[in-house]
Design a protein around this ligand. Structure first.
Ligand SMILES: [Zn+2]
Length: 340
């Protein structure tokens, strides 16, 4: 460990990608570890549920019938938050500022098997999901009104996911959302100053230190970022400098699928439960520019704290001040690495 102070004393860590800070209070994690043996309902779901609107062959609320799909299946969200043909307008009324936003939202079913999650799928099966993300990203990016494509998954009822069928979403829109805008600025400033990739240089430092690496193969690294906020937050980063997922070859896609498989399986083992999380891919805008400063990556933000039933809440100081964590990134790495 380069600096034991980081394991013993309260401090704040800088998130190079957003320019924000997280408060870390490691002394609080030395409180007795409780609740890890709480009983969890690991109810086994059926492979097909006739009431599920995502299962193959079933009818969705708008009357459309899902095909008898065999791997990944995509459709335009029937209740989209963004719509392609909504009215364009702007409000600039003194300090009251607003602008219209258009976009296209899709749903991606990962598997026809209602009972599975990414953790239960093989890398070869996950590879098909990755290829689907690539195809959808490419198609959406070709639309001149679409300048950013957000791929994400909400897994688990605790994350507000209403349907357990394995699926994610793609929301694409004309402007950059807040988180992407921050990362765009930070990466651009670094690139302009150093003529190299912010995340690439960070990855090189992490690979040298080997303190926060959970897993790596030839093309990808799974790590707990130095500035992680969520107790078991992780990030998958390509070793090669790639602005978006279209830069990934078919061979690299399988290695990426392996990385997803490894971390989701470890998560499920951590508290012996189907581990809830929000995951998402941050990548270069699709605004027609080269965006060489961008290094795409996938983050997992799981809410669980010390057992399948103890959730971390972002409340109080975190709403009014900064995010805060007790267990350090380095302790989380040790726990996750032991499960591989
Ligand atoms: Zn289903």
């Amino acid at each position: 460990m380069t600096n034991t102070n980081l394991q013993d004393y309260s401090h704040k860590r800088y998130n190079i990608l957003t320019g924000e800070w997280v408060l870390v209070s490691p002394h609080r994690a030395k409180r007795p570890w409780q609740g890890q043996n709480e009983a969890v309902s690991n109810e086994k779901r059926p492979s097909y549920d006739e009431t599920c609107y995502l299962c193959a062959g079933n009818t969705r609320i708008n009357g459309e019938v899902n095909p008898k799909y065999t791997d990944a299946f995509v459709f335009t969200n029937d209740f989209a938050a963004l719509q392609k043909d909504s009215k364009t307008f702007a409000v600039n009324d003194g300090l009251l500022v607003a602008q219209s936003e258009t976009g296209i939202c899709k749903v991606v079913c990962f598997s026809p098997d209602h009972s599975k999650s990414l953790a239960d799928m093989t890398p070869k099966e996950i590879e098909k999901v990755v290829f689907t993300w690539q195809k959808e990203f490419k198609d959406l990016a070709e639309n001149s009104d679409i300048n950013y494509v957000q791929i994400f998954e909400n897994k688990g009822a605790v994350m507000g996911c209403s349907n357990p069928h394995p699926h994610g979403q793609i929301w694409s829109q004309s402007t950059l959302p807040n988180e992407v805008d921050k990362k765009n600025t930070q990466q651009l400033n670094y690139f302009n100053k150093n003529n190299s990739s912010l995340l690439g240089d960070y990855l090189a430092q992490e690979l040298e230190k080997q303190e926060r690496i959970i897993f790596e193969n030839d093309e990808f690294v799974v790590l707990v970022p130095f500035w992680a906020v969520w107790p078991f937050e992780t990030m998958i980063v390509p070793k090669k400098h790639q602005a978006n997922i279209l830069d990934m070859s078919a061979e690299q896609a399988l290695q990426y699928a392996e990385a997803i498989s490894v971390i989701t399986k470890a998560y499920d083992k951590l508290f012996n439960t189907s581990f809830p999380y929000s995951s998402g891919i941050h990548q270069a805008p699709t605004d027609g520019n080269e965006n060489k400063h961008w290094h795409w990556h996938m983050s997992f933000y799981p809410p669980l704290l010390r057992s399948a039933t103890v959730k971390k809440f972002m409340v109080g100081y975190e709403m009014f001040g900064s995010p805060q964590r007790d267990i350090t990134a380095e302790s989380a790495v040790k726990m996750l690495r032991d499960l591989l």
